[in-house]
Design a binder for this molecule. Structure first.
Ligand SMILES: [Zn+2]
Length: 221
């Protein structure tokens, strides 16, 4: 058990690196960390919405670049802001499940976790799921896949760090553009907590990537 808790600490630490190390991908091969696209393509993902102001801000920037992205939504936010959720879908983006109450898998019993996923699934549907905090037990992924055999668990391999209130907007931008190459799944948050950094970094990063010839696709593959 001690070893397992040390492994969990290590995982928690490396999850916060801007670029996901190959070792983590080896430890969790059943999760999707990146994609091999045909051309130069970046997969932008936005977690924790939909909410007013921040989500529409993101939608507006995406529109400017004719970009499609993936929004991992919290069920309870959809309940509170159904119109924002409808706008995300109307704009042609993919939506994925991020549980109903943003549960942390490692401290939640399996049944509660599954029920919370299913509650969000009633609103979101589809086959994309991202575990909040990237923390999910194997027993939980097994239950989710039993409930939805075609479910894809989507992680990320570039972390902008926009959720970190100690990080400057400039560093958040640097995290995103210095670490991203074709096929990467980049994680941002359409949350109030992240907005100071997101508002600065997202438009600048997209301008940079578009200038490098990248296109932006959703994970609705
Ligand atoms: Zn989240």
């Amino acid at each position: 058990m001690k070893q397992f808790s040390q492994l969990k600490d290590l995982v928690a630490k490396v999850m916060y690196l801007a670029k996901t190390p190959w070792l983590l991908k080896k430890i969790y091969p059943q999760l999707t960390w990146d994609i091999k696209p045909a051309g130069r393509c970046i997969y932008l993902t936005f977690d924790d919405g939909p909410i007013p102001i921040v989500t529409p801000f993101v939608l507006n920037i995406l529109k400017q670049y004719n970009a499609k992205a993936t929004f991992f939504c919290i069920g309870d936010n959809i309940r509170k802001h159904p119109d924002v959720f409808e706008q995300v879908k109307a704009d042609g983006h993919a939506v994925g499940n991020h549980t109903y109450n943003h549960l942390k898998g490692w401290v939640t019993d399996d049944k509660t976790y599954l029920d919370n996923f299913l509650l969000a699934d009633e609103l979101i549907g589809g086959n994309l799921f991202r575990p909040p905090y990237g923390r999910v037990r194997r027993s939980q992924t097994k239950l989710l896949k039993q409930a939805k055999p075609d479910l894809k668990l989507i992680m990320w391999n570039v972390l902008s760090g926009d959720f970190d209130t100690n990080l400057s907007p400039e560093k958040c931008l640097a995290n995103a553009i210095d670490n991203t190459t074709s096929g990467d799944i980049v994680l941002f948050h359409d949350s109030l907590k992240a907005f100071d950094r997101l508002e600065y970094a997202l438009p600048r990063a997209m301008e940079y990537w578009a200038g490098q010839g990248y296109i932006f696709n959703s994970l609705a593959l």
